[in-house]
Design a protein around this ligand. Structure first.
Ligand code: ADP
Ligand code: MG
Length: 153
């Protein structure tokens, strides 16, 4: 499956990339976000969520594990599982419901939820490069591939 590689030279560019990805997804699917602390996972998520028209704050769900957004007919669930001790905890959050609806799920630290989370349509791996960040988008489903095609048009 083809990968897409992007470069965001600064935070503003990162937010713009997020908005482009938002448009490509149409607001349905599962994206895993990879990268060290401070890589830019939450910044990219902020760009995505604002890309659907959200004008308020997008705070990091580090302590709440998940933050929901209702944006017109699009529902976004932004997860940060950094503090998750046991994937079973996710069951108590009722997360199955989140994945059954027609929502877009953005998941930081997905490896902490292994075995409980649904499969990703796409992995996005963020890494520092010079003053900015590289983003590697790896699709795993037909839906993820369609996003990549839309992003390279
Ligand atoms: P994470 O969620 O991966 O821990 P955050 O998004 O919270 O990372 O923080 C990333 C930090 O890097 C923020 O200070 C943000 O301003 C900065 N940043 C985000 N994207 C870029 C970029 N493309 N280039 C340079 N700095 C960036
Ligand atoms: Mg974060």
């Amino acid at each position: 499956m083809p990968e897409v590689n992007l470069y965001a030279p600064d935070e503003t560019a990162m937010l713009a990339v997020g908005a482009r990805i938002a448009q490509a997804t149409g607001g349905r699917g599962v994206i895993y976000l990879h990268g060290d602390l401070g890589a830019g996972k939450t910044t990219l998520s902020r760009g995505l969520i604002r890309g659907f028209g959200h004008e308020g704050k997008v705070k990091s769900p580090t302590f709440t594990l998940v933050e929901p957004y209702e944006l017109g007919d699009v529902q976004v669930f932004h997860f940060d599982l950094y503090r998750l001790v046991d994937p079973e905890e996710l069951e108590f959050l009722g997360i199955r419901d989140y994945f059954e609806g027609n929502a877009l799920c953005l998941i930081e630290w997905p490896e902490r939820g292994a075995g409980i989370l649904p499969k990703a349509d796409m992995d996005i791996t963020i890494a520092p490069h010079e003053a900015g960040r590289t983003l590697r988008l790896s699709p795993h489903t037909a839906r993820g591939e369609a996003w990549c095609v839309a992003l390279t048009d």
